[in-house]
Design a protein around this ligand. Structure first.
Ligand SMILES: [Zn+2]
Ligand SMILES: [Zn+2]
Length: 418
């Protein structure tokens, strides 16, 4: 039997994990600088939560969820995104009684049964955050700043911010009626999904992947031109706050987001680089979601970023990631007595937070030197009976070959001073 990773899943190997560690560290650091704290939610929830929280007309819910009955007969779904679980936790744990806004970030795996020809993963990773209790638009601008600063700290360039407002139930219902009148003579020429959307949610016909390029869709009335006064003022407030901090944006009336619970602000960060074009991060306001999931009416906003997508972009841009360099010294032993002493030295170094390696394969001296040379470990010490007798060892700096005599029990001091 020869096993292989399942379609749409991928090992993140030790040789590449340093990239993930850096992105995770920088993202958490930026969130902390804004006062967000991490939440860790379960991998699966009851299916109904996603039907309510993501929207039962979305592709994610209708076509892509990993849903199964557990041994107790409950319908369980592997989370296809993070927001619904965070909302469930916010309500269940009574976080509404905490000082507002309640702000949390996450770093999760998520699961969608994607068509493989799209090159998408079925198990994938997301960074995201959610903020509850503030109507904005200050917080709308704040979460956009989180992404902007994350990209800047990672050294990523040429990512365009697209923003739009999709209004509130008041102006959107009026607009949906207008759209229905507009699409009615054309609906028969559109795809099956659009014919269903025409009845349930005409707004989503605007971003149809099949019909989106047709003139009838391109020339459709735009919601941004039909916002109510409150929604218009909210959008103007967001724009002025982005202007104030110098974050550039384009208004893109075609972003409607695939998820039903969004209100007012929606945004995407899109790569403009040839070869990696596409959305890296998407988010928006969901003022109706907490109530829809059984909580008190509570405004909310959040975003999610595809980590695989982000790392592809970072690599395409030649971003450098520091590899793990915590191992500082290789200790080669020339005798059994030396190896016994080395075991003790290594234990003490590690206890002091200084990484080190020694032979675990019974290699010859020559093979140990070869291993040390290939490993990239910056210092080398060879210990034999002479060193045990004198209590001193020559530590070689691999980079330039310089040698420093150091007492055997002062190796930690020597390396710490470096
Ligand atoms: Zn409105
Ligand atoms: Zn369509």
């Amino acid at each position: 039997m020869r096993y292989a990773a399942q379609k749409g899943t991928k090992d993140i190997l030790p040789a590449e994990i340093y990239k993930w560690h850096k992105a995770e560290r920088v993202f958490a650091g930026v969130c902390h600088d804004f006062g967000y704290e991490e939440i860790r939610i379960p991998t699966f929830e009851q299916t109904d939560l996603f039907q309510r929280g993501v929207g039962d007309t979305t592709d994610v819910v209708t076509k892509e969820m990993y849903t199964f009955n557990d041994k107790g007969g409950r319908s369980i779904t592997l989370r296809p995104e993070g927001t619904a679980g965070v909302v469930r936790s916010y309500i269940e744990n009574g976080m509404a009684s905490l000082p507002s806004p309640v702000r949390m970030f996450y770093n999760i795996t998520a699961f969608r049964y994607e068509k493989m020809q799209k090159g998408r993963m079925r198990e994938f990773h997301q960074f995201g955050l959610e903020a509850f209790g503030s109507e904005g638009p200050s917080i709308d601008a704040e979460i956009i700043s989180v992404v902007d600063i994350f990209f800047r700290k990672m050294g990523i360039k040429n990512i365009a911010l697209h923003i739009n407002s999709i209004g509130c139930p008041v102006c959107r219902n009026k607009y949906n009626e207008m759209l229905k009148d507009y699409f009615r003579p054309h609906v028969d020429t559109m795809c099956e999904d659009c014919r269903a959307r025409f009845e349930k949610n005409p707004l989503r016909m605007i971003d149809c992947k099949i019909d989106g390029e047709k003139d009838v869709v391109r020339n459709a009335p735009r919601l941004i031109d039909h916002l109510c006064d409150d929604c218009r003022a909210h959008f103007e407030g967001l724009k002025s706050r982005l202007d104030a901090v110098g974050i550039k944006y384009e208004i893109d009336p075609n972003i409607v987001r695939g998820l039903d619970y969004y209100t007012r602000t929606v945004f995407e960060f899109v790569s403009e680089n040839v070869g990696t074009q596409g959305t890296i991060c998407g988010g928006g306001r969901y003022d109706g979601l907490v109530e829809n999931c059984g909580g008190a009416p509570t405004p909310g906003i959040g975003f999610a970023m595809g980590v695989e997508r982000f790392l592809l972009e970072a690599e395409a841009q030649g971003i450098s990631f520091e590899e793990n360099d915590s191992v500082k010294i290789y200790l080669a032993g020339m005798s059994d007595a030396a190896n016994t002493k080395i075991a003790k030295i290594c234990y003490d170094l590690r206890l002091n937070g200084i990484g080190c390696e020694t032979d675990l394969m019974n290699r010859s001296f020559k093979a140990q030197m070869k291993y040390a040379g290939k490993s990239g470990i910056p210092y080398l010490a060879v210990i034999g009976d002479d060193e045990l007798a004198s209590g001193q060892v020559n530590i070689k700096k691999m980079e330039d070959g310089t040698v420093t005599p150091v007492e055997l029990d002062k190796i930690a001091d020597f390396l710490t001073a470096k």
